[in-house]
Structure formats: C-alpha cells, structure tokens
Design a protein around this ligand. Structure first.
Ligand SMILES: [Zn+2]
Length: 343
C-alpha cells in the first residue's frame, strides 16, 4: 500500500510517499481503509523526534483518521465490516488504576495512535475495536477526519478540566490552531463569552465566524493589557493556552481573581515564567490537560455526528502524496483549521 513515511527523524526532506506492507490485524483489531487523515502539530514533533520517544523506523504518522472497516480480527464482531468510522487515537491499557477510574488519558501506559504506533497516513491502518466511533454514512470523511484529536482535547480542557460555566468569559490564545477552532465553538455552545487572540485580520474574521465575541490581534497589542482594558480591569475567568513561553506571562495576566488557566501544549518551548505573587494573591488555578477520557470523547463526538452542534474546521484537502507540502504549511502556520489528506 502507499504511505507517507520517514526513515529518520529530521526535517521535511525525511518524508517520502512510497510503498510499504499492509498492516497485520490483531485479534481485537480491525483493518480500516483510510479515506481521510488530518494533520496535527503532533505529526511534526514526531517527525522531528521527541526526546525519550523511541520509535521503530520507518514510521507512519497520522492520528486523525476517518475511513471504512474492511476486515475484522478473530475476536471482533463482523457487524463492524462496512461501517464508516472515525478513530479515537487515545490508546490506554484498560487495567491501571487511572483506566479503571475512567481516566484513560491519565493511563500510566498512555499511547497515541500515529505517535507511538503506525498511524493513518497510508491507505490502510489497523486499530483496536474499542477505538472505533461509528459516523453517519452521509458525513464527509474529509470533515470527519478533522474531528477526533482536536475536539476531544478542547472538550476535556474546557468542560472536563476547567468546568466552564455559562456566563463565564474565556480567552482562547492562538485561535488559528485546530484545538482553538474547536474550543471557540465549545465555549460558545456552553454559553460563555469568548475572546480569541490571533495573528491576522483574516484569522480574526474566521474566529468571529466560529463564534468568538471579540478578537485581539497579538501583533498589534499586548493582549493581557487589551483584556484588562476591555473587561474594566477584571480579566477573564478562563484562559486556554497552548503556545507556551511566547504568551504564558500575558495569559496569566489576563486572568480574573480565581481564574483558571488550562494548557494542553507548549509550541514555543517548555519553560514558562510564572509570577507567584499573581498566582497566590489572585488565587489562580493552573491546570494541565491531555486528550480526553473515553466518556468525554463520546460526549463531544455525539455533539458533532448526532446533534451536529459543532463543526470541524477544514482549511483544505490535499492528496496524501502531497503530505510533505501539507506539513510545510502547518509548520509555517499558514492554515486556519485542519489540513486533511486523502490517500
Ligand atoms: Zn491504563
């Protein structure tokens, strides 16, 4: 089968579109014919190499997959064959104390499909049956592939972790990203007042179209000062962060008394400076969040595929053979929403 692979960690030049063997299906797994796979920043980090992450090379990335079940393992119900599905890329052991408590993303052996295992940038992928989520036959695969990773991440961060309430205010930093596009919609659906920080007038317009009440261009203003000004010095109840050092100080300064900052990533580095006087005096909460537990995943998938209250945001669809160019676009931040590849 055709796949986008890399033999060594490094730059874009390591990617090649080539023939590889089809995956072998385990007894509790299914074989999916990949119809669409969406890119995530995770794919870039995995290609460049994450310290401590040992992969068997060559590696096939791709964590956001939509497709059709074409074969099932010995222990899997054959009724799955022919079903349209998306895959939950969260792989948990199911046995540790955190899994048993229903907190799969805190699993002591937590893995992500396409990061630690072969992913969906290929014509076929094998995955555990527990990770399938059926979608309606009329739902476009190129839209569905843009859903699993970003919506579960945004849902757990805002709903599971900060317990966002209607009437609260939320600041979403870096609104061009896939999780942020999901988060704007989720915050709006939950009844919150939404501020979005982004880098261009075009991205501001897109953020407003998704439901942001107000936007700030961080290239034109210190967004913490701008938030203070617009909220009569109060600040916001919640900040959603994933930029890291480049915005961390401003994000903390944007919080109201008792505010919660939730972070799910750090794209500009790993060390953020925290003014401890602000932390205790303003009684702030700093919260980390990764992916979602399986119950949270099901909740947000239902809102997308059954109730259709949330929409995936797709920047563009490209053939899998142009995967290298797609990764270049993501790396350069030229997109708004997801880049989707079709095998
Ligand atoms: Zn576990």
């Amino acid at each position: 089968m055709k796949a986008l692979i890399f033999h060594e960690h490094g730059g874009l030049e390591q990617l090649s579109y080539t023939d590889v063997p089809e995956p072998v299906v385990g007894t509790h797994e299914v074989l999916i014919q990949v119809k669409a796979v969406a890119l995530n920043h995770l794919d870039l980090w995995v290609r460049k190499g994450i310290p401590g992450l040992q992969l068997s090379l060559p590696h096939i990335g791709g964590s956001d997959i939509a497709g059709v079940v074409v074969a099932v393992g010995q222990e899997v119900d054959s009724a799955w064959e022919g079903k349209h599905v998306v895959l939950n890329p969260s792989l948990a052991c199911g046995k540790c104390e955190f899994c048993r408590a229903g907190q799969q993303s805190q699993c002591i052996n937590f893995h992500i499909l396409g990061e630690h295992t072969s992913g969906g940038m290929a014509e076929y992928v094998a995955a555990p049956v527990e990770n399938l989520y059926p979608i309606p036959d009329d739902y476009p695969f190129t839209q569905a592939a843009a859903v699993p990773l970003v919506f579960q991440t945004a849902w757990r961060a805002l709903i599971g972790q900060t317990r966002l309430k209607a009437s609260e205010s939320v600041l979403i930093v870096g609104a061009g990203g896939g999780v942020a596009s999901a988060a704007i919609q989720i915050a709006r659906l939950a009844g919150a007042y939404v501020y979005a920080v982004t880098s261009s007038p075009e991205k501001e317009q897109n953020a407003r179209r998704l439901g942001a009440d107000e936007t700030i261009n961080y290239k034109e203003a210190d967004f913490a000062k701008e938030i203070r000004k617009r909220t009569n010095k109060r600040g916001v109840d919640i900040v959603l962060e994933n930029v890291g050092p480049a915005t961390w100080t401003q994000s903390i300064r944007s919080l109201a008394k008792g505010g919660r900052l939730v972070t799910f990533g750090a794209t500009t580095g790993h060390i953020g400076e925290t003014n401890l006087n602000l932390l205790f005096w303003n009684q702030l909460h700093l919260i980390g969040s990764t992916m979602a537990n399986y119950a949270e995943f099901d909740q947000v998938m239902k809102l997308i595929f059954t109730h259709r209250r949330l929409q995936p945001v797709v920047d563009r669809v490209m053939p899998l053979s142009e995967g290298r160019e797609a990764q270049r676009i993501l790396e350069a931040g030229e997109q708004f929403g997801k880049l989707v590849l079709e095998p």
